[in-house]
Design a protein around this ligand. Structure first.
Ligand code: F6R
Length: 616
């Protein structure tokens, strides 16, 4: 969840590190800090509570000079949001500083042991324990690298750790333990970068090396030497990442979320690019390592994900069951990993994740692997952990970096990627003839244009709706069948960025409880495109109206009947029923964005949230 950056090279480290942290602030924004080393000034720490801006102001007042530095944006786990708890943390000698992403699960035990040996603590964090432990072993071993090895060998949990030592200014040491925190090294010309996530270093280099579990890197300006924690040398060629740094900048948009909503037509094109043969009625997923025979053997699929990606998994179930006739079970990854699932032979795990670093999703993949079940990951972040551990291959979204904490373009791209996977399965298993696949492909290629139309039309309408409803304290989102997950997603978007309490519900279930909440102050968003369940939805809308709820309907263009029944209608173009959620989701993103803006909320960095959830 926290963001980590390190730099060594000819430039001012504070500038490079803060620049990188700016790209990572979506990962955590409770507090931030840097440590920079200079032979004359020594180790200079600057830490600040609040968003990165307050650290930037602090560094402007009290510059930190030098060519070796590390920095951190924090999403608090252990200890409150205070300057003492902000990273970096020093060891007892003051010569070593450490930053960490993750959780040290046995930190109380380690802290008690260190305290008994006379160490005193300035913070409530688990990271300070690592600093003292590294310092402790430094005194015994006389070097940062062996000290890190010994200290890290004692940690339990998943962590990414970076340390520098004033006595060893020629390098920094970075390590990864478990799945809770990625570490990527960026190889430049005479300079090297370290980060928890790719966007932090894209401005400088695209030659990247990802550390694997229990690996450590000694990073100098000339490059990096990697080994396992046990000391075995590792040789790994850098991968080149095609992301454009401009894509990770806000451009003319007010917020990343707004930019990413508007990027959806492009993202929906990119997820299809090179994967469809319309003439032949074929889908080709380039990285999928399952041939037709393997796809035919799949008896059941376990779709696991968290949050918005879990909503995509609910829809993936409809798609795969509907098009390929393979049974799908959907699980929250955080539940799946602890429920001792019985997966059985001929199963496939489908992990859906934007970041590819969500710790629960990675643990679910591990559980599958332990049971001999292969995994496919529908994933956005190229080279992320999920993409690498998916032994049956990643299906990349190619949506480009998603920075806004609320997922938008990744969600709609996940739906299309799931659809492609369902078609690919159906094609291999003979449930879909090429002519049928062609019909689906035609609908898919029309989607980006339709999405653009939705964005254009829904934006002014949602601004009006926000003007009218932004003072609401609660909202209900109703949908049925394929649009029930969209009701969940609409409610999640609204609550996470506007702090309005919102619930998503299957419309048919409303009368079993939530209907008691409806009164004239309650906006009720009803997703009612003209599909097989449309008339049932209309009846549910009547039930809301009878309780004087304010009906905001999302329906198919040209639907006069719906327009007559609802207080407000946002229309979307028609498409195939299973693809309709791609279009009905978009106005709900725009609605949440407009509401949050009108309420003065921090859209890209909502309170308490972080983009990559690398802790349990
Ligand atoms: C909500 C949102 C989160 C993520 C969830 C999983 O807008 O973005 O609910 O969907 O944290 O993240 P990934 O997809 O990176 O695994």
């Amino acid at each position: 969840m926290c963001g980590i950056v390190g730099y060594i090279g000819p430039r001012e480290a504070s500038e490079v590190v803060i620049g990188g942290l700016q790209r990572l602030e979506y990962r955590g924004y409770d507090s931030a800090g840097i440590a920079v080393y200079d032979p004359e000034a020594g180790l200079q720490l600057r830490r600040s509570v609040g968003k990165l801006g307050s650290l930037v102001a602090r560094v402007a007042r009290e510059p930190a000079q030098g060519h070796l530095g590390i920095g951190h944006t924090r999403w608090a786990t252990h200890g409150g949001v205070t300057e003492e708890n902000a990273h970096p943390h020093r060891d007892a000698s003051g010569a070593i500083v450490v930053i960490q992403n993750g959780i040290v699960e046995n930190y109380l035990e380690l802290k008690a042991r260190l305290a008994a040996e006379g160490y005193s603590f300035q913070s409530q964090t688990d990271t300070e324990v690592i600093a003292h432990l590294v310092g402790h072993y430094y005194r015994l071993e006389g070097g940062l690298e062996p000290a890190m090895r010994r200290a890290l060998a004692e940690l339990r949990g998943g962590n990414a750790v970076v340390a520098i030592c004033a006595h060893e200014p020629g390098h920094l040491v970075a390590a990864r333990l478990g799945n809770a925190g990625g570490v990527v090294l960026g190889l430049g010309q005479g300079e090297t970068f370290v980060a928890s996530d790719v966007p932090a270093i894209l401005d400088h280099t695209r030659d990247l090396v990802f550390l694997e579990d229990r690996e450590l890197a000694v990073v100098s300006a000339a490059g990096a030497r990697i080994s396992t924690l046990a000391g075995e040398p590792v040789s790994r060629a850098p991968v080149s990442i095609p992301w454009d740094p401009v894509a990770a900048a806000k451009g003319d948009y007010k917020h990343f979320m707004q930019k990413e909503i508007h990027e959806q037509p492009r993202a929906l094109m990119d997820v299809l690019r090179g994967r469809i043969d319309q003439d032949g009625g074929q889908v080709h997923l380039e990285d999928l390592r399952l041939d037709d025979a393997a796809l035919r053997r799949v008896e059941r699929i376990y779709a696991v994900a968290c949050g918005t990606a879990w909503h995509a998994a609910l829809l993936a179930k409809f798609m795969v069951e509907g098009l390929a006739r393979v049974r799908v079970e959907v699980d929250y990854a955080s539940e799946f990993r602890y429920r001792q699932p019985v997966l059985g032979a001929d199963a496939l795990l489908l992990a859906i994740t934007q970041s590819g670093e969500t710790v629960d999703t990675l643990a679910a993949m591990e559980e599958a692997r332990a049971q001999g079940v292969p995994s496919v990951a529908i994933v956005n972040a190229i080279g992320s952990q999920a993409a690498r551990v998916a032994d049956a291959g990643p299906v990349y979204l190619h949506a480009g970096p998603e920075i806004g904490v609320a997922s938008t373009k990744a969600f709609t791209s996940m739906l299309v990627a799931s659809y492609l996977l369902a078609l690919r399965l159906g094609q291999a298993r003979g449930t879909l003839a090429p002519a049928q696949v062609r019909e689906h492909l035609q609908a898919l290629v029309e989607l980006p244009g339709k999405a653009a139309l939705v964005i254009e039309r829904a934006t002014p309408l949602c601004e009006e709706l926000a003007e009218r409803y932004h003072r609401a304290s609660d909202a209900l989102f109703l949908g049925r069948q394929f649009n029930y997950p969209i009701a969940l997603e609409g409610a999640l978007k609204l609550k996470e960025i506007s702090y309005i309490h919102a619930e998503g519900y299957p419309a048919g279930e409303m009368k079993h409880g939530p209907i008691a909440l409806i009164d004239e102050a309650m906006p009720v968003v009803c997703i009612a495109p003209r599909d097989g369940i449309y008339e049932k939805m209309l009846s549910n809308i009547e039930q809301v109206r009878a309780r004087h709820g304010q009906v905001i309907a999302v329906g198919t263009e040209g639907d006069e009947l719906l327009a007559a029944k609802a207080d407000h209608v946002i229309v979307v173009p028609a498409t195939l029923p299973l693809l309709q959620p791609v279009l009905t989701a978009i106005p709900l993103q725009i609605f949440a964005y407009a509401m949050a803006l009108r309420r003065g909320c921090d859209v890209d960095q909502p309170r308490n949230l972080a983009k990559s959830v690398t802790v349990e």
